[in-house]
Design a protein around this ligand. Structure first.
Ligand code: AOF
Ligand code: ZN
Length: 362
């Protein structure tokens, strides 16, 4: 019971850093001696100290004979920082309780082995489910080499994202839109199609009362139709990357690059989503927040390139056969080909409904 209490605290410390540690995982640590907390810590930013370092430094001499609760297997490698396993051994801790193991091939069990070899009691798996969930982005990125993709949509009760005349601002409430901005803060990048740029000229920034980090803005724009006057091209609020096909006009590319917009030119005429995701992962994008429109959302579903779908539903009926729905493209012919998801949560946000659904683990 007490073990669980301290691990819960370590998980809470880690959970509160969501959005600031990428490409590193969320990690929390708590040092306990004689039933007293003598050190706490969280990994705050990639390149900076790991959670255990903060917690052990705080504990000082009291670390000797103490128990350390850590949400992720302590590292065993020299990365941007030295191995945490060595630090734990040197500081004389007696017991280490770990929630999740680290899938990073540089660590993967080696941290645990190192601690055990040094005679430390090691227990693995306490509250593992909660800790694994916390790091699903890091685990997905590590195991697939691809970004974790979340598609967000906002629809009416009858599933429309605009009227038949394509009016779409605003279907869901201010509260729902604010909730969606917390996801912008938590993701490395946000992605939309060029039609959204042409129609709404959005900023694609994080606008929360308490502030927040802006994601990198990625526009899918095969023929480079984004105007040089667009907000995302000029506001310098965050980097903007435009993904274009191999036939995009060279002069347009040069003009964009002059404005410090990064152009990702695909080797093909059209943008192939799986190829793009590989490129984005290589560029360090671990999590991608897709805010559609219908065509872009449809292309991600067609490629089955999605881990999570977040849907905000407003209690309004729009109707109209030609009014668009969230997922465009050709769709599928047989129901058996439908993308299967699992509902993780249903919640009311202001007057609207929010449904979080995840890909069924295969
Ligand atoms: C830990 N505690 O708090 C974190 C760990 O480049 P570095 O040195 O920061 O190493 C990053 C890797 O270390 C990361 O990919 C993951 O395997 C592990 N992260 N490990 O013991 C921490 N953040
Ligand atoms: Zn470490």
């Amino acid at each position: 019971m007490t073990d669980e209490k301290y691990m819960k605290l370590a998980i809470e410390l880690a959970a509160n850093t969501k959005g600031q540690t990428s490409p590193n995982p969320l990690v929390g640590a708590v040092v306990v001696k004689d039933n007293q907390i003598v050190g706490i810590g969280a990994h705050l930013k990639a390149g900076q100290a790991h959670a255990e370092v903060h917690a052990i430094n705080m504990a000082g001499e009291k670390a000797k004979g103490a128990t350390v609760y850590v949400t992720l297997e302590p590292c065993s490698h020299f990365g941007k920082t030295p191995p945490c396993a060595d630090l734990l051994i040197k500081s004389g801790v007696k017991r280490v309780v770990i929630a999740s193991t680290d899938p990073n091939p540089l660590v993967a069990g080696k941290g645990i082995a190192k601690l055990k070899e040094a005679g430390i009691d090691v227990e693995v798996g306490l509250l593992q489910k909660e800790a694994d969930e916390l790091n699903e982005v890091f685990f997905h990125y590590m195991s697939t080499g691809l970004p974790y993709v979340t598609i967000k949509t906002a629809t009416s009760l009858d599933g429309k994202i605009a009227t038949a005349t394509l009016e779409s601002k605003w279907i869901t409430s201010q509260e729902a839109r604010l909730d969606a901005h917390t996801y912008r803060h938590q993701h490395d990048a946000i992605l939309v199609g060029v039609n959204t740029i042409l129609k709404d000229d959005p900023e694609l920034t994080t606008r929360l009362p308490q502030g927040g980090k802006n994601p990198i803005r990625i526009i899918l724009d095969t023929s480079l139709r984004t105007p040089l006057s667009a907000n995302v091209v000029n506001d310098k609020a965050a980097p903007t990357w435009i993904v274009v096909g191999c036939n995009a006009e060279r002069e347009k590319v040069a003009a964009m690059e002059e404005k410090q917009v990064e152009i990702i030119q695909m080797p093909t005429e059209k943008i192939d989503i799986p190829t793009l995701l590989k490129i984005l992962a290589e560029k360090g994008i671990t999590s991608l927040f897709v805010e559609g429109g219908a065509q872009v959302n449809g292309s991600f579903i067609k490629a089955k390139a999605v881990q999570q779908v977040i849907t905000y539903i407003a209690p309004k009926i729009i109707g109209g056969e030609s009014a668009p729905t969230s997922f465009g493209g050709e769709g599928i012919e047989k129901l058996s080909e439908a993308l299967e998801l699992e509902i993780k949560s249903v919640e009311k946000i202001g007057p609207d409904l929010k449904i979080v659904a995840k890909r069924k683990s295969t």
